[in-house]
Write a protein that binds this ligand. Sequence first.
Ligand SMILES: Cc1cc2nc3c(=O)[nH]c(=O)nc-3n(C[C@H](O)[C@H](O)[C@H](O)COP(=O)(O)OP(=O)(O)OC[C@H]3O[C@@H](n4cnc5c(N)ncnc54)[C@H](O)[C@@H]3O)c2cc1C
Length: 493
Amino acid sequence: MRDYLVIGAGSSGCVLAAELARREAGSVIVIEAGPSEVHPLVTIPMGLVWLMGSSRDWQFKTSPQECAGNRQITVPRGRMVGGSGSINSMVWFRGRKDDFDSWNVPGWRFADVEPAFQAVEAKLRPTPLKTAHKLTRGLTGIFPDTTPTPEHESAGVFSYNLINGRRNSAARAFLRTRHDIEVRTGCNVDRLIWQGDKAVGAVLADGSEIRVAKGVILSAGSVASPAILMRSGIGPKDHLTALGIDTRQDAPEVGENLHDHPGIGLHFEGPGSGYGLEPRQWLSWALAPLNYGLRRAGALASPTVEGGLFFNARGTDDLPDVQTHFIPFYLAHQGPKFPMKAGYFADICLCRPKSRGSFRLASKDPNAAPVIDLGLFRDESDLETMAEGVVRLRTLLRDADFGPRRGAEIFPSEAVTGEALKTHIRNTCGTAYHPVGTLRMGGPVSSRLKVESTENLWVADASIMPAVTSANTNAPSMMIGWKGAEFIAEDAA
Ligand SMILES: Cc1cc2nc3c(=O)[nH]c(=O)nc-3n(C[C@H](O)[C@H](O)[C@H](O)COP(=O)(O)OP(=O)(O)OC[C@H]3O[C@@H](n4cnc5c(N)ncnc54)[C@H](O)[C@@H]3O)c2cc1C
């Protein structure tokens, strides 16, 4: 029997497992619902275009969002070793220093988490994208002499966890470097096994069991970690009772506080602009595999998002409240997915959304789709900041050095402003795919990541964030995995 069971081999779980093993806290088994990450589409940066919506994506949807046109919005999540870090764009941001300070959780101020970021970065080696498209490089004209950071207004090419043009995920840099960790794929966890208040293992959806000696760590992400806890009897009593689950612990906050970075995109089109299937680019598309294979360059070397901006939506402060992801590809907004056009895309994502939603189970069946309510625009000020952000982004993009590659905004079009813009945002917005907060520290989970009123049970993934960081969430998720291993190893000692 192994000592520790890590549920979910995602960004956090891979770091946590490798760190636990390195610290010799005990033997480790990691179980993952999805398959292995060894696949060319995972390695090649542009591969994520095909991974999203494939069997390596959980393909969740939200419940109808009442303040966002009653739409069900897609919630992609990686379903393989490496988790969402095997399907993501590899954009690397720690967040803003005061994101962590304002969590106000002992042991999680920026000064406390910085060593964990440094340890993760020593292996992930994030660097600015070397092969950025000319359009992306033109963003530097907007806030000259800045490097993109959520700390102040800035623009340019982002940094990525890519090595030699290949994805360098938590799986590759941490989990797969240890040969003393057992990794089992195809293990969809239904619920935990208890001995009194102690977690001693997990029951899989096929009924088989895995037991361990020292404890269980939930690293299944913001959607699945609260789901597994609820199916194990820890959650809001009314909800569990309604589904026929025996309540071990009435924990009303499990599943609450769900939020994400809402995002709205502007689509641009122009001949000879960004990557696209217009006839003049056919030859370079035909040569793309060769270009990538020999030089690690061209469209296939692009993680799609290549850079962007951080700025204050109203332009009243140097402190950014929105982030723009810039994609130098023509993205279709209607009709065929790959039309014969060229263009680019830039979005507005809120750095610190105020709206909150919640996560619930639809049934106790581990294969049932869950009820994901992101609560988009429940706080109306989120909508106002996004609309202001769109207006200012249009102005800022005029300062980009796009030269002859500049396109025209075709969707929604510059004519859409004021109330019409707000309606457009409600009816078309999505998210940046950064759901967090469903098992927040200070709520169901302690500052040392233990699930309250249980023994030998921890959570280490994006679900423990009290509030989302001001930029992309992969680096913070890996930092959380590292911190989790530190706490568990200390407790074991
Ligand atoms: C398409 C996409 C693009 C993104 N782009 C970026 C980006 O460029 N930069 C950035 O910083 N962030 C990005 N993100 C977000 C970032 O990747 C996530 O915040 C981060 O990976 C979350 O880590 P995690 O460990 O909490 O969860 P995950 O990495 O999602 O890991 C959870 C793991 O648990 C497994 N699992 C789930 N349920 C079960 C179960 N019942 N039994 C067993 N295993 C289970 C899953 O299959 C998965 O492997 C993106 C996310 C997506 C989906």
